[in-house]
Design a protein around this ligand. Structure first.
Ligand SMILES: [Zn+2]
Length: 436
């Protein structure tokens, strides 16, 4: 049974619902959707190496999580309900100072397991020791865009080290030669990266033709400090440093002005909405989704790290996004379910430059099957509504990425070892930090 997982093979997925129609999907051995339609199983049954009985499940493109710090899964539940600055300086940073490469590996393995089990097939990650994150993502079989968190405010020497770390990661990921693992440049934020550092990141990303992953205007303090230091708002400052491009994903974007939203739209930037993290840390303002939409910016969805969410469930995030937008801007028609679902799928794929995000012939087979014989999908008046407002990641039965089966009927190979390895790493990490 185990030999069906993770390998290249042709797959016939029979009897699934796509946009309200019962169809079959045929995935070619090269991982591309070869055919989809009513009753095609008769034609492809003999050809398929593997036949999956969809049993009426909803087939969806797998989710794309556009802002994570995957290895922070080890910090899940370690510190909650605190003021952002205290939370970071008293709890998160002291623990992070003791992270080892092994911790990054196990934390990312755990995050990938959680993502696969809740229907995510790609994530945009920024953290440290990312060579270990690449190893974990590669073993998990999921798509990852990985950036080293570039922080250079302590001076030119640190900047040089950060440039080197960024270059090394890009070279390492190129050497892996797997189209599922991509590199990006990760200037952490305007308050942790100098203008010189930002300019270097922009130029390096352009030269390498890779993405940029940055935090933008998460808090009001960040905006006020930027105006005091640079005499301009954060997005304007980033634009002058060359950071705002169609390859850029900006996380949070809570405190953008209307003019900054227009600037993001003009530059083709993707804005990653992280509603759970924003609510938990009380950023006190929701991303101005309606302004970004008007401005033509690509708005996608992310969970942020597990220390501030505390899970990686994109179903939950889509619902939270829709609710937060309605509540914050006093408009129940804002961010309807179909837009929330697009944010989690096709918009996220666009943000990361992936060809995935839709179920169409000729596209990579990044497919999840959602159980329709579950309480959350009964009755099924409107699949889109149930997916966003009623389901959680637990309703996902099967996850396929790049034509490879990563989960079938909720089984992921190696789950027990990943859980015990990650639990042990987390325990050891806290022990090291407390005895220091
Ligand atoms: Zn973040």
């Amino acid at each position: 049974m185990d030999d069906i997982f993770g390998r290249q093979q042709s797959i016939l997925i029979a009897d699934v619902q796509v946009d309200g129609r019962f169809v079959d999907i045929f995935v070619e051995e090269n991982g591309i959707i070869g055919a989809a339609g009513v009753g095609i199983r008769r034609e492809y049954k003999g050809e398929a190496d593997l036949i999956i009985d969809g049993n009426g499940a909803i087939a969806l493109p797998g989710f794309v999580n556009t802002h994570t710090h995957a290895a922070m899964s080890l910090l899940r539940g370690y510190a909650d309900d605190m003021i952002l600055q205290d939370w970071l300086s008293q709890k998160i940073w002291p623990l992070e100072a003791h992270l080892t490469p092994g911790d990054i590996y196990w934390g990312t393995r755990l995050a990938c397991l959680e993502m696969i089990k809740s229907g995510t097939v790609a994530f945009n990650d920024m953290y440290f020791m990312m060579e270990e994150a690449a190893r974990a993502a590669l073993e998990a079989g999921i798509r990852a865009t990985l950036s080293y968190g570039f922080i250079d405010l302590s001076g030119p020497e640190k900047r040089e080290a950060e440039c080197k770390a960024t270059e090394n990661l890009v070279r390492h990921i190129r050497s892996l030669d797997d189209p599922r693992i991509k590199a990006a440049v990760g200037p952490h934020a305007i308050y942790t990266v100098s203008p010189e550092g930002l300019r270097w990141c922009a130029e390096f990303a352009a030269a390498e033709k890779i993405g940029i992953h940055i935090h933008l205007s998460e808090t009001e303090k960040e905006v006020n400090d930027c105006i005091a230091r640079h005499g301009k708002r954060p997005a304007v400052h980033l634009d002058e440093c060359g950071i705002l491009t169609p390859r850029t994903v900006a996380a949070h974007c809570c405190w953008l002005s209307l003019e900054e939203c227009n600037l993001l739209g003009k530059r083709g930037v993707s804005a990653s909405h992280n509603p759970s993290s924003n609510m938990k840390l009380a950023t006190n303002r929701a991303m101005p989704y309606h302004w970004l939409l008007q401005a033509g910016a690509n708005v996608c969805l992310g969970t942020d790290g597990c220390a501030s969410n505390n899970n990686l469930d994109m179903f939950e995030e889509a619902k939270t996004a829709a609710l937060l937008q309605k509540f914050s801007w006093n408009n129940p028609t804002l961010l309807p379910a179909h837009e929330a679902l697009a944010m989690a799928t096709v918009n996220g794929a666009k943000g990361l430059g992936l060809a995935t995000g839709t179920l169409a012939v000729g596209k990579p087979a990044d497919i999840i099957l959602v159980n329709t014989h579950a309480a959350c999908n009964t009755p099924l008046h409107n699949a889109t509504s149930n997916l966003v407002y009623s389901c959680s990641g637990g309703a996902v039965e099967t996850t396929i990425c790049d034509g490879r089966v990563l989960m079938l009927d909720r089984e992921v190979p190696g789950e027990e070892q990943i859980l015990s390895g990650a639990a042990r790493a987390a325990q050891e990490l806290v022990r090291r930090a407390q005895s220091a």
